[in-house]
Design a protein around this ligand. Structure first.
Ligand code: SAM
Length: 314
C-alpha cells in the first residue's frame, strides 16, 4: 500500500497556522517539554520528519533538521558582506543557533546575544544541543536577558553587525516594537561606520505581504542601502523573508568567487546552505515581491506599529 494510505496516518499532529484558513501540519511523536514563562508559551515537540522543534506562543520557530538553512541565511550574508566583522549583536535568537553561526567567523572577537526570555535559553540549553552547540559558553559571548530595544537604547556600544532574530510581530507578543522606524533609528546609532543590520522579516506569502513589505520600506527610511532577500525553509513550507540594511555596503557587489574566498578564509567548519552561488540566489527575489515592496506605503511607527494576528497578516 502506498504510504499515504490510512494505516500510515500518525496519531498526533501539530498545525502551524499561517492564518485561520491555512496551516502546515507536522506529524508529531510527542511533546518533550512545555512551560509558560512571563513572556510567552514555550514548547519543544518531536516531529516525525524534522526532529525536535521549538514552538513559541504556538508559532513554529525552528526545527532540528532544517534550522541550518534559516540560521545560515540569517547570519552569513551580513557577516561576509562586512569587511571585518569583529563585534556582533544578536537580538533574540533564543535557541542559540544564530549565535553558533556568528561564532564560526574567525574575525568575531565579541558576540552579545540579547533575548527577553531566559526561559527560552534555559530550554535550549536543556533540550536543543544541536541548535546552540554550546555557543552560549564560548568565551567571546555575552548573554543578556533584556528587551532588545531597551538594551540597545541604553547601550553605548557599537557593533559591526546587528542581527534581529526576534519572533514575528504578533499583536500579543513581545517583539512588535522591534520593527518600527524608531527602533531602527536606535539600531543605526549602535552600528559602526560601515555596520550592517540583518533582520528576519517575516513571511513572503502572497496573501500576507504586509510585514515583509512594510519592514523593508521602514528600513529604507533610515538606511541608504536595503537589500531584501529570501530563502525557502522546508518546515515553514514557504520562502521566508530577510533583509540587509547598510550604510553603503552592497551585498550585490560580492561575486560568487569573492564570497567563496571569504568563506574559506573566515569561516570555521563546513557550511551546508550558504556559499557564493547561494548568495547570488538569495538576493535575486521574485518580481511580485519587488513590486509589492515598491508599492508599499505603510511605514511601521511606534504609534502605528506592525501588529499581526498571524505572520504577515493584520
Ligand atoms: N527563527 C524564529 C522566527 O523566525 O520567528 C525566531 C527565533 S528566536 C526563537 C525568537 C526569539 O526572540 C525568542 O527567543 C524570543 O524570546 C525573542 N524575543 C521576542 N521579543 C523580544 C524582544 N523584545 N527582545 C529580545 N528578544 C525577544
Amino acid at each position: 500500500m502506498n504510504t499515504h494510505g490510512k494505516k500510515y496516518m500518525p496519531v498526533k499532529w501539530f498545525y502551524d497556522y499561517f492564518n485561520p484558513c491555512e496551516a502546515h501540519g507536522h506529524a508529531i511523536k510527542g511533546t518533550i517539554f512545555q512551560t509558560e514563562s512571563e513572556i510567552q508559551e514555550i514548547s519543544i515537540i518531536e516531529t516525525h520528519n524534522y526532529g525536535k522543534c521549538l514552538i513559541l506562543d504556538n508559532e513554529f520557530q525552528s526545527a532540528e533538521r532544517d534550522e541550518f538553512i534559516y540560521h545560515e541565511a540569517l547570519v552569513h550574508p551580513a557577516l561576509i558582506s562586512h569587511p571585518n566583522p569583529e563585534c556582533v549583536a544578536i537580538i533574540g535568537g533564543g535557541e542559540g543557533a544564530a549565535l553558533r553561526e556568528v561564532l564560526r567567523h574567525k574575525t568575531v572577537k565579541k558576540a552579545v546575544m540579547v533575548d527577553i526570555d531566559k526561559a527560552v535559553i534555559d530550554c535550549a540549553r536543556r533540550f536543543l544541543d544541536s541548535f546552540h552547540e554550546n555557543a552560549f559558553d564560548d568565551p567571546r559571548v555575552e548573554v543578556q536577558i533584556a528587551d532588545g530595544r531597551k538594551y540597545l537604547e541604553n547601550s553605548s556600544e557599537t557593533f559591526d553587525t546587528i542581527i534581529i532574530d526576534v519572533t514575528v510581530p504578533l499583536e500579543s507578543g513581545p517583539s512588535y516594537l522591534l520593527f518600527t522606524k524608531e527602533f531602527y533609528a536606535i539600531v543605526l546609532d549602535r552600528l559602526t561606520d560601515n555596520g550592517i543590520l540583518c533582520v528576519q522579516a517575516d513571511t513572503t506569502s502572497i496573501i500576507a505581504l504586509l510585514s515583509y513589505t512594510s519592514i523593508n520600506k521602514t528600513l529604507a527610511q533610515l538606511f541608504s542601502g536595503v537589500y531584501p532577500y529570501v530563502a525557502f525553509i522546508p518546515t515553514y513550507a514557504m520562502l521566508w523573508g530577510f533583509s540587509l540594511a547598510t550604510k553603503g555596503l552592497n551585498p550585490h557587489d560580492l561575486s560568487k568567487e569573492n564570497v567563496d574566498k571569504k568563506i574559506s578564509a573566515r569561516i570555521k567548519g563546513e557550511l551546508k546552505f550558504y556559499d557564493g552561488i547561494t548568495h547570488q540566489a538569495l538576493f535575486n527575489i521574485p518580481k511580485y515581491l519587488r513590486k509589492a515592496i515598491k508599492e508599499q506605503t505603510w511605514i511601521n511607527r511606534d504609534d502605528k506599529p506592525l501588529k499581526v494576528k498571524y505572520p504577515g497578516m493584520p
